[in-house]
Design a binder for this molecule. Sequence first.
Ligand SMILES: Nc1ncnc2c1ncn2[C@@H]1O[C@H](COP(=O)(O)OP(=O)(O)OP(=O)(O)O)[C@@H](O)[C@H]1O
Length: 276
Amino acid sequence: MEHALEVRAVSLRFGGVRALTDVSFSVKAGELFSIIGPNGAGKTSIVNCISGRYRPTEGQLFYHGRDITGMKPNARAQLGIGRTFQNLALFHHMSVLDNIMVGRHHLLKNNFLTGSLYWLTGARREELEHREKVEEIIDFLDLQSVRKATAGTLSYGLRKRVELARAMALEPKLILLDEPMAGMNFEEKEDMARYIVDLNEEYGMTVVMIEHDMGVVMDISHRVVVLDFGRKIADGDPADVLADPHVRRAYLGEEDELLVDPDDAPDHPSASEHAA
Ligand SMILES: Nc1ncnc2c1ncn2[C@@H]1O[C@H](COP(=O)(O)OP(=O)(O)OP(=O)(O)O)[C@@H](O)[C@H]1O
């Protein structure tokens, strides 16, 4: 499988704070890949480096073999890298439909200059195509009943779903999800997990997700990377990562968060066998 993303020896400093130190990992095209780690481990920092919000102090990033280290976020979005944010970034006064349409602006070929020639140019056809795509996403994420609602009036779980819809509207090949299930109740999490699996499987999107809910991460991820104090301490398939003694130690004191016992996960050695 081709690498969709390669993070090569990335370090990031904010003054004296070392948010990331020499982090390397790669994500294969079509993978559902998760980034985990205790609070302050550097998860959002690495996602911001991938999306272009932050520029690494050292190291390089490659997207399908192309060096994107110095590229602006917009240029990365045009290449097919989409994202959602930890804190919702919706236009609260706008409808669900319009919020999703905003997600397509990178794909608009016609602008206000050609807008005056609306009926003569391809602008009308283009708008219809965009509408169709938006309707497809609304169906996929079961947002029909709220499509005209003002985004700010929706429940938190629904707003997270609209944010996912807006990120999907860009038709990314790689989607970065920053805590897509944070603040959700059990049912909302189950729904969101299903949508994420479906967009990976049905749309073939490569998914890179930060998520704190270990049960969900271990359930749906193909591979996992673990950060601690800005350094990578493990990566591999979920069962191996759970059984890794470094990972278990990193979560000591947060043991309640490591909800899945490695002995319950299928087809892997126990922590003690692994350590032996
Ligand atoms: N803009 C910034 N300026 C200064 N320090 C920052 C900035 N962003 C992150 N940091 C620091 O970098 C480190 C890693 O933060 P980051 O937000 O990436 O961690 P995280 O794993 O996403 O944490 P959480 O799970 O709490 O969201 C922390 O020490 C944080 O305080």
